[in-house]
Write a protein that binds this ligand. Structure first.
Ligand code: NAI
Length: 243
């Protein structure tokens, strides 16, 4: 059907990605979730998207793998019509002080957070270019803008996502494709479950004085996906931390 539109959301099984998937489903997007890990979380998100009247499916795929992402995107293209949006949200942390950081922790964070976004853009760009239509949003982090002690790998990966976003935006702009980033601060998800309202020192670094919710990030993603004239932008959703 001509009015069908599909969004691919990596890391869409839970947390921020789940909220992005649900928000886009509410807007009538069919949803292809790419994830790794807990199958029941993914099944819940698929069911909750379908409850909004759209088609949804979850694909187990390690975004760090060039081959797996290639095969998964090919499968999504068979299963869904009119793929117009890609949200690169899958991400991990392996925190540690740089003097002690394991090589494997550096490699895995860079592979998932940065190469993962590259892989997904790489395998969808041809389609977007042919259709002269596509909207990409990459999830960065304030850690990538400011640097965060104990997160050299994560900060580097998220700064890399900003560079990837801007280069992609410039390269694909002549084809009418936009590419933007959202840089969240501290958002309440599994990734930040060790941060509580009792961490008052941390909360003092947030001008708005509280952690953000997944809906705050999802709203920014939806906004950037809807705009035809914003590209190469990095939108902070951080309560003012990195201003
Ligand atoms: P989460 O840990 O709750 O969810 C991560 C998602 O990524 C899951 O769906 C998981 O299946 C998927 N994932 C992880 N590794 C993967 C891999 N190799 N291949 C495919 N999928 C994979 O994380 P959360 O908090 O929802 O974060 C989502 C994004 O937002 C991440 O990129 C994270 O770095 C970023 N972010 C989160 C912040 C926070 O405070 N929660 C702050 C700034 C950025």
């Amino acid at each position: 059907m001509a009015d069908k539109k599909t969004a691919i959301v990596t890391g869409g099984s839970r947390g921020i990605g789940r909220e992005v998937a649900l928000s886009l489903a509410a807007l009538g997007y069919d949803i292809a979730i790419v994830y790794i890990g807990d199958e029941s979380e993914a099944a819940d998100t698929v069911r909750d998207c379908e409850a909004k009247g759209v088609q949804a499916k979850a694909y187990v795929c390690n975004v760090a793998s060039f081959e797996e992402t290639k095969d998964t995107v090919a499968q999504i293209r068979k299963d869904f019509e009119n793929i117009i949006a890609l949200v690169n949200n899958a991400g991990i942390t392996r925190d540690g002080l740089i003097a002690f950081m394991k090589e494997s922790d550096w490699d895995s964070v860079l592979s998932v957070n940065l190469k993962g976004a590259f892989n997904m853009i790489r395998h969808t760009a041809g389609l977007f270019i042919r259709n002269k239509c596509g909207r990409i949003v990459n999830i960065s982090s304030v850690s990538g803008l400011m640097g965060n002690a104990g997160q050299a790998n994560y900060s580097a990966s998220k700064a890399g996502v900003v560079g990837l976003t801007k280069a992609t935006a410039r390269e694909l702009a002549p084809k009418g494709i936009t590419c933007n980033a959202v840089a969240p601060g501290f958002i309440r998800t599994d990734m930040t479950k060790n941060i509580t309202e009792d961490n008052s020192e941390l909360l003092r670094t947030i001008p708005l004085g509280k952690m953000g919710e997944v809906s705050d990030v999802a709203e920014a993603v939806v906004f950037l996906l809807s705009s035809p004239y914003i590209t190469g932008e990095v939108l902070r959703v951080d309560g003012g931390i990195a201003m």
